[in-house]
Design a protein around this ligand. Structure first.
Ligand code: ZN
Length: 62
């Protein structure tokens, strides 16, 4: 089996891993119920998005 000739330096590994991070979620508050909601996502609390309620309350559906 092929095996690396040299151990990779710490600097080389760290340089590669410098891009291995997650960006934190962009949170905006819902204009209707002011819950923090990720941008471009329907509000999970009241179903509000783009100026109208898209998802009805689960209590009403039953
Ligand atoms: Zn909401």
């Amino acid at each position: 089996m092929a095996v690396p000739k040299r151990r990779q330096s710490k600097g080389r590994s760290r340089r590669r891993r410098s891009h291995d991070f997650l960006t934190p979620l962009q949170l905006a508050s819902c204009p209707q119920c002011s819950t923090p909601v990720p941008t471009h996502v329907v509000c999970p609390t009241c179903g509000y998005y783009q100026g109208r309620t898209l998802v009805a309350d689960e209590k009403d559906a039953d």
